[in-house]
Design a protein around this ligand. Structure first.
Ligand SMILES: [Mg+2]
Length: 235
């Protein structure tokens, strides 16, 4: 179907270990919320890397033998947002921006007809607290992002972002005009599920070889080379 969308590219960023390293601030917000809501303390905490907050919450409940109903998951998520709000003033001091993150976002923001947002496993308010702590929200259209409450599956978050971006910009983006940038095989798999371009950055716990093996079209060591990031948008 013909699209009236005048934009030529959509860039969707992961946050944790792609743009920012928050040095584990936030690592216990979901666990603390789960304890607050259920009175139970998760003993086995799953790896968060590339996972959605909805999956992490449901998985912690399942490992406790508690049914992860939508109602309970959402109650835990609301509690986590309140806990995060209480800590948001500490985010900037606790973490760091990864090399080149601000410069990359600013350079893409300056390109005409390119939209830029997030696909992150974080809940939307928490994603906002994190990027705003480093001033990155100035370059991102948070309204068209995909966030962690949507689904346990990261690919669904990307699907939500694509739908929001299409609605806002008057038509769907061609999948190959969409760049999904993240540090884990889950980011790459989500991108491939939608046939978008999958860009790995090896600033997280996964090597370039592992991201290539997951199917990444390109892997950058980090975001320090702004020209290299821009070249992905302007191939
Ligand atoms: Mg990440």
């Amino acid at each position: 179907m013909a699209s009236a969308n005048p934009m030529r590219a959509l860039v969707l960023w992961d946050i944790d270990l792609t743009l920012l390293d928050l040095r584990r601030i936030g690592a216990t917000w979901l666990q603390d919320a789960l304890t607050e809501v259920t009175g139970r303390t998760p003993v086995e905490v799953p790896s968060f890397a590339g996972r959605t907050d909805r999956w992490i919450t449901a998985e912690m409940l399942r490992r406790l033998g508690v049914a992860a109903t939508d109602e309970l998951v959402e109650e835990v998520q609301r509690a986590a947002v309140l806990i995060a709000a209480g800590h948001r003033d500490r985010i900037a001091a606790a973490g760091i921006e990864l090399p080149g993150a601000t410069a990359a976002l600013r350079a893409i923001d300056a390109l005409p007809d390119v939209a830029q947002s997030l696909v992150t496993g974080n809940l939307r308010p928490i994603a906002h607290y994190k990027v705003a702590a480093f001033g990155l929200d100035a370059y991102l259209d948070l309204d068209i992002g995909g966030y962690g409450a949507v689904s346990e599956l990261r690919a669904d978050l990307l699907g939500d972002a694509l739908a929001r971006a299409a609605a806002k910009h008057g038509g769907g983006f061609a999948p190959r005009s969409v760049l999904v940038i993240g540090d884990t095989p889950h980011d790459i798999e989500a991108a491939l599920a939608h046939d978008t371009r999958a860009i790995g950055v090896s600033t997280g716990r996964y090597s370039a070889a592992e991201l290539h093996a997951a199917g990444a079209h390109t892997v950058l060591p980090d975001l320090a080379d702004t020209e290299a990031v821009l070249a992905l948008v302007n191939p």
